[in-house]
Design a protein around this ligand. Sequence first.
Ligand code: IPD
Ligand code: CA
Ligand code: CA
Length: 275
Amino acid sequence: MTNNLLNFTIKTARKAGELILKSRKKGLQINEKGKNDLVTNMDKAAEKLIIKEIKSAFPSHSILAEESDFLNETTPEDYAKSKFIWLIDPIDGTTNFAHGLNEYAISIGLFKTAKSEHSKNFQYLSGELIMGVVFAPALNELFYAKKGKGAYLNDKKIKISNISKLKNSLLATGFPYNNRKRNLPYFSTMIDQSQAIRRLGAASLDLCYVAMGRFDGYWEFDLKPWDIAAGTLIVKEAGGKITDTNGNMLDLFGKDILATNGKIHQEMIKAFKKL
Ligand code: IPD
Ligand code: CA
Ligand code: CA
């Protein structure tokens, strides 16, 4: 992958960030698309901008974006035939954004499908993430990673924390919109066993904060591929470990995730298994 592709993605994320910041001042239209699940006119406008840029630069690539889901002209089978799939969350942390908090980000991940396994079923598509960009415009923090090339925050290389014991760790988690109570037993166990827990409200940033060592671990259930695609690669490239909450290989469509600095991973899995 060339630097051009990364530069293009960073430029696109910055453009979307500018649009969001500018329009934020003019006021927002906020709607509820599901129970507790907000969407604003800015989620839609930012997504439109990102899709337009990608379509004109890479017309043969597929796109899976939160507010459009599968784009009208393509079926899941079409995605499986495509060599590249962009996974886009135009505003991750919409609830924060709608309430005037700064912890929200544009998340753009690029997935390369494995040639030999062009499956008909998108859920089981195989391949790998090759690039991730997470931009928090209100914080002016730009995280990015390319497969095999490390992870960066505002052009400085980042790496995971050195905390090696769960009892000394700062953890993060989130609560799914439609099944908030599912996480309560996990939350209750971790609050006893860690130093503290934070609930930031943007999965992409939770992952980036693990990557740069602000958090030592993060877990959540019921996520979507666009929430975690970019952040997952950023964690891996910063030296962190990613699995599902049982310790199995992460499936982008598998919904639950555990991301840590690697050192507290087993301790967390062991504690989760007791639940
Ligand atoms: C949400 C955020 C939040 C997480 C939710 C996600 P959205 O994304 O990442 O932290 O707890 O599960 O859906 O809806 O703001 O893009
Ligand atoms: Ca999201
Ligand atoms: Ca979103």
